[in-house]
Each structure stands twice: as structure tokens, then as C-alpha cells.
Design a protein around this ligand. Sequence first.
Ligand code: FAD
Length: 438
Amino acid sequence: MARPQIVIVGGGFGGLAAAKALKNTPADITLIDRTNHHLFQPLLYQVATSALTPSQIGTPIRGILRKQKNTTVILGEVTGVDEAKKCVFVTDADRENVPVSYDYLILATGVTHSYFGHNEFERFAPGLKTLADAVAIRNRILQAFEMAEAEEDPARHRELLTFVLVGAGPTGVEMAAALGVLVRSSLKSEFRRINPTSARIVLVDMAPRVLPPFSEELSKAAKQRLENLGVEVRLGHAVDQIDAEGIIVAGERIVSKTVIWTAGVAPSPAGKWLKAETDRAGRVRVERNLTVAGHLEIFVVGDTASLDRNGKPLPGVAQVAMQQGRYAGKLIHARIVGGSVPDPFSYFDKGNMAVVGKGFAVLESGKVRVSGFGAWLAWAAVHLQFLATSSLRLTVFLQWVWTYVTGQRGSRLIVNHHASEPGAPATDSATRAAVASK
Ligand SMILES: Cc1cc2nc3c(=O)[nH]c(=O)nc-3n(C[C@H](O)[C@H](O)[C@H](O)COP(=O)(O)OP(=O)(O)OC[C@H]3O[C@@H](n4cnc5c(N)ncnc54)[C@H](O)[C@@H]3O)c2cc1C
């Protein structure tokens, strides 16, 4: 009898956990991802602020699964699903919409940025979701300092050295704090015409407090910490406009050449592919066993799935994705080998953490609420533990210790000089003249 065919779309937290759970399943598994790497998104902000290098948070998926002989990894973009014919369509570098058949399908395609209906903001305010995003943002930040150093007109220093982050959730807070640390440590003594510590870092959100998923007490502690790091926190007002000059918030123009979007996310088009019921955000509504209604063979897991617990949707975090991926893998395994089918999915919430600069984090787990150095140590231990390989755990640990002690960063290279990059701070004639005159 032919072995069952299992297709997993997405090699992020959910897809990879599913693949690993199917390690001993007598089936042929095909994992398809449009990138060749599994990305540890929680540390993306550290690449964007030069603390880590891209290769310290991204690992080739086929490397991770090299010993799993029943699994083939394909680099390609899934463009649709035909539930009737039981196949997905895959486009790769030289073929379009090639059908790949499945008996079981797991969709773990994550999310993308959402500009809340203002897609025109994207040109000027890139988001942070992929390694390419992180490197592009790193380039912009470092380039802004380089341009300011070359600029002879001090009046322009202010706009070049104003960094705006839109969205004070965990990503915005972690990124703003990391920028505050960057200007006060590594960059501080390296420039002659400008003073990097004079950089203005503004964190904007329409919510009344930072880190809304955390308790009010921890939000306050995080805000205080941000302010100690020199971050200006502007809450309670949505951004009205983002353009080449910066942003307008509460009627005030903040002139800035570097605006970063750390606000909303939108799910992948999995719901559209399946023509399935979605929640208001567009995530696929799944049953308690993570399948799509009417399709016992199609599972949706992670950020692109919507499942309520106590009347509230499960959060879009790595733990949910990993636990759901593992569950879907185990359920499929049980069905194939005829073992006992697991109980409906139930999420084990281990808590929330966010780091706010060097040696400070907030941690909330059940009734435990902690902030400060102890929480930061816990944050560091947990993040190291969940990196994909032991070599990453070792290099990231060593890098963190080195940076903690010396203030020196992992990678401060500007590696992409695409002048046409949308919204990139363009080298204007005054700057070119200043450079040319040197
Ligand atoms: C900047 C940032 C910081 C975060 N910090 C934290 C944190 O501190 N703690 C926490 O718990 N969570 C954090 N998260 C959220 C966490 O990363 C997500 O919840 C988790 O990645 C979801 O896993 P997933 O498998 O659903 O999706 P992902 O991990 O995003 O994986 C989706 C995969 O699908 C692939 N893919 C998408 N579409 C297609 C397609 N059409 N064809 C082929 N492949 C496709 C993508 O390339 C990707 O590899 C953070 C997220 C971001 C962006």
C-alpha cells in the first residue's frame, strides 16, 4: 500500500514542530517554505539593532531536518489549495503552480504586516517580520548615523537622528529599548561631528499603555525603563500620516528619516485558499482538533489559525504555534498507525516576557509578575533554549556575554546599498557635497 502523503506548508514554529512530531510516522512528508530557513522571530529586533547577525537567528530548514529521512524540504511558495483534488499549488524559481498532492495537509503560514488599511504607509515605515526586513532596518538605522556624520548642516542632524517606532507592543518596546542601548553604548564614542546619544527615539501607540498583553503594573515598569533609556513614549493617539518627512500624530509633525512599523499583523491567505470561515482578523477558524470544519485531513496551526480559549482567541505567539504544530503531528501519526487519538487541543500557557534594554525584562506567568534583572535572566535562558540548534545557542550566548561586558555588537555592517529602497533616507545633494568635500 502507498505511504500516506503529508504536506506541511511553512517551516516556522508551527510547521517545524509538526514535522518533528511526525519523525517516526510511516508516511512521506513534504515541508514547503518560501524561504530556506527557520526564523527565530523573537530575536529579529536584535538583528535590526546590530546585536546579532542574521545567521544567529535563522537556520536552514533542511539542515534542521537532515536526519529525518521521511521528510523532504522544498523551497517554494504555495499559492493555493484545491481541497477537492487534495493538492496544493507551489511556485518555485522556474515553475509555476505545480500541484503537490496530499492525504493530510498542515498549513502553518504565519502572518504578515498589517497597516490597518493604510498600505501607503508601508513605503515609508517598513515592518519587522523577516530576516530581510531586519537587515533593511539595520541598514537604515546605521545609514542615518553615517549620513548625519557626513552632514555639515547641524539643523539636519535632528531629522536624521530621529527614529520613530509605531506600535508599543512587545516588538516596538524591545526595538525602542535596544535602540536606546545602541546609541548609548557602541555608537557613543565613534562619531566626531554628531553625538549619537542625542538621537531622539519616539515610540508611538494609540493604546493607553505599552505592552497591552501584560498587567498594568508591568506596563508601567516597562514605560519607566524606556524613559530611563531616553525613549519618548507617546500614547493614546493613532498615527494620522506617515510620509517621506516622518509622521503626524495628534496633529503634530515629527520629522524623521527612519520610521519603523511595529504595529499590526495580518494572517496569511490560508483562509482564502480554503474558502474557510475566518475570524475578524482573517485567521482560519479551526475545530478543537485544529482541523478545518468539514475537512478532517486539513489542519491549520499557529498565527494563521484562530481558536478561542475562555471566549478569547489564543495569542499569536511561538508557544501556541509550537504546541499546535506538535498536536497536529501527533494526531496525524495516531490516525496513520491506528493509535489512540489525542484529546482536543488545549494550550498550556507558560507566560509572557519582553525585554526592555540591557539587563531588564518583564515577565508574567499566572500570578507571577516580575520585572528587572531576574526577569531578564529568565528571558535570556528561555530564548536560548528555544533557538533551533545547539550551535546557535552557544554563539548567541557568547555574543550576549561579549556585548554585555564590552558593549560591542555582533554586526554593524551596512550591506545593502539599494538607493531605490522604498522610503530609504536618500543621500541628498547637501550630504553628497559634504562627503565630496572631504
Ligand atoms: C518581531 C517579532 C517578535 C516576536 N516576538 C515574540 C516573542 O518574544 N515571543 C513569542 O512567543 N512570540 C513572538 N513573536 C510571534 C511568533 O514569532 C509567532 O507567533 C510565531 O512565529 C508563529 O509561528 P507560525 O509557525 O504560525 O508562523 P511563522 O513562524 O511566521 O512561520 C510561517 C512560515 O511560513 C512560511 N510561509 C508563509 N507563507 C508561505 C507560502 N505561501 N508558501 C510557503 N511558505 C510560506 C514563512 O516563510 C515562514 O517560514 C514575534 C514575532 C515577530 C514578528
